[in-house]
Design a protein around this ligand. Structure first.
Ligand code: ACO
Length: 314
C-alpha cells in the first residue's frame, strides 16, 4: 500500500536577542519606514553565543514533543542549513547526539530552498519504505554571513530554526513535491569568498533576485496546482519562504490567492533562509490557524538558484 509522508509534529526556536529596524538606524544609513515598505520586516533575531545546532536542538525537541515520539524512534534526520557550525562533521550528527537519536543524519544545502529540498528527500525515504519517522530541520545562523555594514543585506536576514516530524501514513500527507535548480545565476546571490577558509559575506543583486523569485515561484505554484488537479481555491494556506513581503504579495497576486490565506512571519523573523518555512508553519499550527485536513502549499527559492514547492494535506 502507498505510504504518505505526514506531518505529525512541528517545532521552532528563535534566539532571544531582538534587533529592530530602529536599532539598525543607529549604525546604517537606513530607516524603519524604508525597510518596512520595501521588505515587510520590522525586527529579526540574531544569535550571540548560540550555534546552528543549538537552535536546531530546541526546535527539534519541540517538534518531537508535539509528535509524541522519542528521538530514538527516528529513522532519519535531515538538517537543511547554509550555516553549519563546522565544515565537518555535519551539524545533523551533532543534533542527533544532543537529542538522543541513533539514526543516520546528514546536512543538506540548498540555501533558502533547503527546507523544501529536505522535505522532498524525506518524502522519498518514507514513500519507498526506507524510513517511517523522519526529523526534517531548517536551522540557520545566517547573520554570520551578513556584513552588518552592508545596508542592502543587513536589513533582511535573521536567525532561527524550525523542525518537522514526518511519519509514514496510509491516508494522506505530502501530496506533491517539486524541486528545481538553475545554476546560471551565481553572481546574483552568493557569498563573496572563493575558498572555505576565507571569510565571506552575502552579495546580492536585489532587483534580479526579486524578479526571478516572483517568476519561478508563481510558475511553480501554477504547475503544482495543475498537476494536482486543483485550483487556488482548494488551498487553505500558503506558507512561503519569508524573504520579502513584495515577493510574497506578487506571487499571491499572480496565482490569485488572497493574502488572508498566506502565513506571514517575516515582520518579526526577517529572512531566516532554510528555517523560514518551518518557523512560519509552526507559528500557524500552534496559534490554531492550520488545522487537520488543511491543504497547504509550501514554497521557497534561494541562491543557485534553487527553488521548490510542496503540496501537503496537514
Ligand atoms: N535603506 C534605505 N535606502 C536604501 C536601502 C536601505 N537599506 N537600500 C537601498 N536603498 C536605496 C537605494 O540606494 C536606492 O536609492 P536611489 O533611488 O536614491 O538610488 C533606493 O533605495 C532603491 O534601491 P533598490 O536597490 O532599487 O531597492 P529595491 O526596491 O530593489 O529594494 C531589496 C531592495 C529590498 C533588497 C529588494 O530588491 C529585494 O527585496 N529583493 C529581493 C532580494 C531578497 O529577498 N533576497 C533575500 C535572499 S534570496 C531569497 O531568500 C529569495
Amino acid at each position: 500500500m502507498k505510504k504518505f509522508a505526514r506531518i505529525i509534529g512541528t517545532g521552532s526556536y528563535l534566539p532571544p536577542k531582538v534587533v529592530t529596524n530602529h536599532d539598525l538606524e543607529k549604525t546604517l544609513d537606513t530607516n524603519d519606514e524604508w525597510i518596512v515598505a520595501r521588505t515587510g520586516i520590522s525586527e529579526r533575531r540574531i544569535v550571540e553565543e548560540e550555534g546552528t545546532c543549538d537552535l536546531a536542538v530546541e526546535a527539534s525537541n519541540n517538534a518531537l514533543e508535539m509528535a509524541g515520539i522519542d528521538a530514538n524512534e527516528l529513522d532519519l534526520i535531515i538538517l537543511a542549513t547554509t550555516t553549519p557550525d563546522k565544515i565537518f562533521p555535519a551539524t545533523a550528527t551533532m543534533l542527533q547526539n544532543q537529542i538522543g537519536a541513533t539514526c543516520p543524519a546528514f546536512d543538506l544545502q540548498a540555501v533558502c530552498a533547503g527546507f523544501v529540498f529536505a522535505m522532498t528527500t524525506a518524502q522519498q525515504y518514507i514513500e519507498n519504505g526506507g524510513a517511517k519517522k523522519v526529523l526534517v530541520v531548517g536551522s540557520e545562523t545566517i547573520s554570520r554571513l551578513v556584513d552588518q555594514n552592508d545596508r542592502s543585506t543587513a536589513i533582511l536576514f535573521g536567525d532561527g530554526a524550525g523542525a518537522i516530524v514526518l511519519s509514514a501514513d496510509d491516508e494522506t500527507g505530502i501530496l506533491h513535491s517539486k524541486i528545481c535548480s538553475d545554476g546560471r545565476y551565481l553572481s546574483s546571490l552568493q557569498v563573496s569568498n572563493n575558498r572555505i577558509n576565507e571569510l565571506g559575506f552575502i552579495q546580492m543583486s536585489g532587483n534580479e533576485v526579486f524578479k526571478i523569485a516572483v517568476n519561478r515561484l508563481s510558475n511553480l505554484a501554477e504547475t503544482t496546482l495543475q498537476e494536482c488537479d486543483m485550483t487556488t481555491e482548494d488551498l487553505t494556506w500558503m506558507v512561503p519562504h519569508q524573504a520579502n513581503i513584495r515577493i510574497i504579495t506578487a506571487v499571491a497576486k499572480r496565482i490569485k490567492l488572497p493574502m488572508e490565506k498566506v502565513v506571514l512571519t517575516l515582520d518579526k523573523h526577517g529572512n531566516t533562509s532554510a528555517a523560514s518555512i518551518p518557523l512560519a508553519l509552526d507559528v500557524a499550527v500552534r496559534d490554531g490557524r492550520i488545522k487537520k485536513g488543511d491543504k497547504l502549499m509550501l514554497e521557497g527559492i534561494g541562491g543557485g538558484f534553487s527553488w521548490g514547492g510542496l503540496l501537503v494535506e496537514y
